[in-house]
Design a protein around this ligand. Structure first.
Ligand SMILES: [Zn+2]
Ligand SMILES: [Zn+2]
Length: 151
């Protein structure tokens, strides 16, 4: 398994794609040419995500790798077709959605810097999105140091 990451350019907000390598020290944005430091270690090369190469934090959440734009496009097509199919296209869309959703891989996202990680080998150790953790990290700059907040 090879992990790859998409970090958010701190200058212009564009996505910067990277494949971990211990010799990679900076990430360059192809849109604005801004470079920012990244820290990759052997763990990242082994596709294990324990700390963020971009902001060094250890707090991540996971979600399905769902492409919102495709979802919206499919819905529009189903809506148009439903005029001729008496709504059957919506049932087809619903079934397709379920099927696609189950097949979607999971990605990990850094709470602090919003970097996205695909192909993470320890994805099962990462929890789903936690609202309280997100608020405390984003607004109060709290560092959970990889400890999941449980209720
Ligand atoms: Zn940029
Ligand atoms: Zn980060």
């Amino acid at each position: 398994m090879t992990m790859n990451m998409t970090l958010t350019c701190e200058n212009c907000g564009s996505g910067v794609h990277l494949t971990p390598g211990t010799d990679i020290k900076t990430a360059e944005c192809k849109i604005c040419n801004h470079t920012q430091p990244v820290k990759f270690n052997e763990t990242h090369v082994k596709a294990e995500l324990t700390d963020c190469p971009c902001c060094s934090r250890k707090d991540f959440y996971k979600q399905k790798d769902f492409n919102r734009k495709i979802g919206v496009a499919l819905f529009v097509i189903a809506a148009v077709l439903s005029i001729w199919t008496y709504g059957i296209s919506f049932i087809v869309l619903y079934a397709m959605d379920l099927l696609l959703y189950r097949k979607l891989p999971e990605i990990a996202i850094c709470y602090k810097c919003n970097s996205i990680f695909r192909g993470v080998s320890n994805i099962l150790d990462i929890h789903g999105f936690n609202h309280e953790m997100n608020d405390r990290i984003v607004y109060a700059d709290h560092d959970f140091k990889g400890q999941q907040l449980e209720h």
